[in-house]
Design a protein around this ligand. Structure first.
Ligand code: ADP
Ligand code: MG
Length: 715
């Protein structure tokens, strides 16, 4: 039986026999390099029972290895204090966070987690140097514990005065900060990977203590494998110790998971099936049908919506450029609609089916909301910490946000960057971090009108403009590649189709109480490992599981590019559109965003066919989709190129009235009276109501402001 006492000698032999060269090169580059990574398999291959000891008694064994490492460095002439970081723990050390109990305490375990929160860094004493106030003798004490400082209780007889800190003739000790060694530490909150959490249950979270070079290494949203040692601390209540314990993990090392979507495993036979499906003539139709089969595509519009959701799942290709910039590949979609048109149902389906998908609501309960938040003292030790919101946690996946318009003002501010640059920078309370938000956003919002419904857009009434009917700013709306307007209009044929469909779908459902009472199994569990199932009409659809595998495969392996011919189709389309616009002096220019959006859709479509190059058909379909949503959103009445939804005639009124205000302001020292505007505008055929509406709309958007009633100024 090996014991701890042997471990110093064992480490020395291990280091000398297997990695002497690595250690000397590490020693030479210390302190730039601190960690010394060692694969567990290497230790195991060298000596099985020593590897065993390491797993069962990690804290002592590891601290011995660090002592030996420093000794070896010193022996070869370097003052270095590297830290061993053992990685690649064996499968029987894998634990889910929810399974970590008193049995695991002080064992070496490994777990796959997502980082949800980090605290600011704080230094702590790692090696305390104390001097005896009586005789001046110095004493060194290693400080293993972040909660209390261990002080000497007596001065040794040899070399010191032999006095104690209590009793007669006692002494005191001073901590010598300047000679003590400090290390950084940081609290990290980790959470089980969402895909390992059963639907409906809350993911388990644990606090992890990261020290030295591991502090500051991770940001919220990262998926990592942590190798660490669970430990317990007594729970204090009102300053008193209680018999209750809290479990924490002391982080020993961490490994980044860097294969995209690696959690989705595809077997060779599934791969063969994926390839077979990709050759089907009805591929697009099959995918379209497989998006939320319980929601009927009652009209062409719903079919296009579902098709756009297929594009969104697959996404375009994110690219980086030599100048350091990046364009996103994710396609953002906004569903604006009357209540009861199945927006929430679509979102929840998409959150479930997408790899790394999430479903959340804009006004959600988490402090971090959609983006991120810096909060004080969530680890109970007075530090600031940074918590990841839904978009960060959905990195590389899809974030479905219901009630998008109800998001907090902090989220509103951070959302532009989160959606376009796909990252969030936070610099607050001693923490600065950049968190990635590389996810597709599928958002839904209801109108803010009094009756909760959209009014048909009427260009003579600015209240009906898109951005005036929802609580979202025009710049935020413009971040979406596609905006679907879904109105709940009475249409007898369509209503009947929906009604029949709902009734039929209901009849295929299994009563929940039979599942809960164990009389029957949940219907989705029957589909596990199946490729196809059928919708209510008896058509073949992909099961959610298989759908997800197809998407993961397509996203992982295919990064389509445009060739010259397809490029030309896209470019010609836009130059033609722009020329059309140039003829109309009131049109706004078509932004580069729209071009990028079409490219993303074309790339997504070619991924569907498992192709690495965009073909003409992809480009045409993308252009059609782009044209269609713009046309539908503005009901054909509006300038389809203007994503802000200000119609052409209103724009023309705004242009004219804006010009009048500008001229008047120039003549009148920067401000002008509304009566003067009425007069000038009247000459050009605009009545006072129109002038009022335009002024109001311009001031809502911050173009104009009114310093006093009746006076207007350019902002
Ligand atoms: P929203 O979020 O748009 O207010 P919901 O997603 O909550 O609407 O949908 C309301 C209900 O109406 C749901 O039970 C949904 O299944 C049903 N429904 C609405 N439209 C359809 C449709 N086209 N097909 C099937 N069910 C529908
Ligand atoms: Mg809803």
């Amino acid at each position: 039986m090996l014991t701890i006492h042997d471990s110093e000698a064992r480490w020395r032999t291990f280091f000398e026999e297997t990695c002497a060269n690595e250690i000397s090169s590490l020693a030479a580059s210390w302190p730039e390099r601190i960690s010394f990574p060692v694969d567990f398999a290497r230790i195991q291959a060298w000596n099985v029972s020593f590897a065993e000891l390491l797993l069962n008694n990690p804290r002592d064994t590891i601290s011995k290895s660090n002592i030996i490492l420093a000794t070896i460095c010193r022996e070869s002439g370097y003052e270095a204090d590297p830290r061993i970081r053992i990685i690649g723990l064996p499968p029987d050390s894998i634990r889910k966070l929810r399974d970590i109990s008193s049995e695991e305490v002080e064992l070496f375990i490994t777990s796959e987690v997502i980082v949800t929160k980090i605290s600011e860094l704080k230094p702590r004493i790692y090696n305390g140097i104390f001097t005896c106030t009586t005789c001046g003798n110095t004493i060194e004490i290693t400080q293993p514990n972040e909660l209390e400082l261990i002080e000497p209780s007596e001065c040794p007889d040899t070399g010191g005065c032999g006095r104690r800190t209590s009793g007669g003739g006692s002494t005191r000790f001073d901590l010598r900060m300047e000679s003590s060694t400090m290390i950084d530490n940081q609290w990290i909150e980790v959470q089980e990977l969402p895909e390992n959490v059963k639907p409906g249950s809350q993911p388990v979270r644990l606090s992890v203590l990261a020290e030295a070079e591991l502090a500051g290494k991770h940001v919220p949203g990262e998926r990592i494998r942590i190798n660490g040692i669970p430990y317990v601390r007594t729970l204090k209540r009102g300053g008193m110790k209680t018999p209750m314990f809290d479990v924490y993990i002391s982080l020993h090392s961490s490994e980044r998971k860097n294969i995209p979507l690696e959690e989705i495993e595809i077997t060779p036979s599934e791969l063969a099936e994926i390839e077979k499906i990709s050759q089907r003539d009805d591929l697009e139709e099959l995918f379209l049908r497989s998006i939320a089969p319980s929601i009927i595509a009652s009209d062409e519009k719903m079919r296009f919506i579902k098709k756009s959701l297929v594009f969104q799942l697959l996404g375009g290709v994110a690219r980086k450029y030599p100048d350091g910039t990046r364009t996103r590949g994710d396609i953002h979609i906004l569903l604006l609609g009357d209540p009861g048109v199945a927006k929430s149902q679509l979102l929840s389906f998409m959150g479930r089916i997408s790899p790394r998908g999430r479903f959340t609501t804009g006004g959600g309960t988490s402090a971090a909301g959609l983006t991120a938040a810096a909060v004080r003292d969530s680890f109970n030790d007075g530090r600031f910490s940074l918590e990841a919101g839904a978009l960060v946690l959905a990195d590389q996946g899809l974030c479905a946000v219901d009630e998008f318009d109800k998001m907090s003002s902090e989220d509103r501010g951070a959302m532009h960057e989160a959606m376009e640059q796909q990252q969030i920078n936070i610099n607050k309370g001693g923490i600065s971090a950049t968190m990635p938000t590389r996810c597709a956003v599928l958002a839904a919002a209801n109108p803010k009108t009094d009756n909760g419904r959209f009014s048909p857009i009427d260009w003579s009434d600015s209240r009906t403009f898109l951005h005036n009917q929802i609580k979202l700013s025009a710049p935020l709306i413009s971040r979406f590649d596609i905006v679907w307007m879904i109105q709940d209009m009475v249409d007898k044929g369509r209503d009947q189709r929906i009604a029949e469909h709902i009734v039929r779908v209901k009849r295929t459902g299994v009563p929940e109480h039979l599942i809960d009472s164990g009389h029957t199994v949940p219907p989705e569990s029957l589909l596990k490992d199946h490729i196809f199932s059928t919708d209510v009409d008896g058509n073949e659809v992909l099961t959610p599981d298989f759908f997800q595998k197809y998407v993961a495969h397509a996203k992982r392996l295919f990064h389509p590019e445009c060739d010259d011919a397809t490029m030309e189709i896209l470019v010609n389309h836009y130059t033609a559109k722009r020329e059309e616009m140039a003829k109309d002096e009131y049109s706004v220019s078509l932004t580069a965003r729209a071009i990028e959006a079409t490219m993303r859709m074309a790339e997504a479509r070619s991924r569907l066919f498992l192709r690495n190059h965009v073909v003409a058909e992809d480009a045409k379909e993308a252009i059609a989709m782009d044209g269609l949503w713009r046309y539908l959103a503005y009901d054909g009445n509006m300038n389809p190129q203007d994503p802000t939804g200000t119609p052409q005639k209103a724009r023309s009124a705004e242009k004219t009235i804006g010009a009048i205000v500008r001229t008047l302001c120039r003549e009148r020292d920067g401000e002008c009276h509304v009566n003067e505007i009425y007069n000038s505008a009247g000459e050009q055929g605009f009545d006072e109501d129109t002038v009022d509406r335009v002024l109001q709309s311009m001031s809502n958007r911050g173009v104009l402001y009114s310093p006093r009633i009746g006076l207007w100024r350019y902002a």
